[in-house]
Design a protein around this ligand. Structure first.
Ligand code: FES
Length: 102
């Protein structure tokens, strides 16, 4: 095994978990605010900005804060983390700003 820092400037974990009958970030009733849609929109914007390979947007399983979803957590290689809860598609500019800053 080899240990090293993360190979990206930042990583965003977007919960895409679905759960029948209970609140979950990617349940279909969330519509455009579903985690599954948010991850695609974030990836599209990262690609448009030429940041593929530098900033990674990852589909995450349940992050165990379901009642506050949709949830997005951003980590960088220096141990800093930011947590966005109750995310909507309208919040994506703020999340992109957090991803590209620093
Ligand atoms: S379903 Fe997203 S945090 Fe649990």
């Amino acid at each position: 095994m080899k240990e090293s820092g993360i190979p990206f400037r930042k990583m965003a974990f977007v919960c895409v978990h679905e759960r029948a009958g209970e609140a979950a970030c990617a349940n279909a009733d969330r519509g455009e605010d579903s985690g599954a849609n948010l991850v695609e929109l974030l990836r599209e914007e990262i690609h448009k900005r030429g940041l593929k390979g530098k900033i990674r947007v990852v589909k995450s399983g349940c992050l165990d804060v379901c009642a506050a979803g949709p949830n997005v957590m951003i980590f960088d290689g220096e141990g800093k983390a930011v947590y966005f809860s109750r995310v909507t598609a309208g919040d994506l500019p703020a999340i992109i700003a957090a991803l590209v800053s620093g």
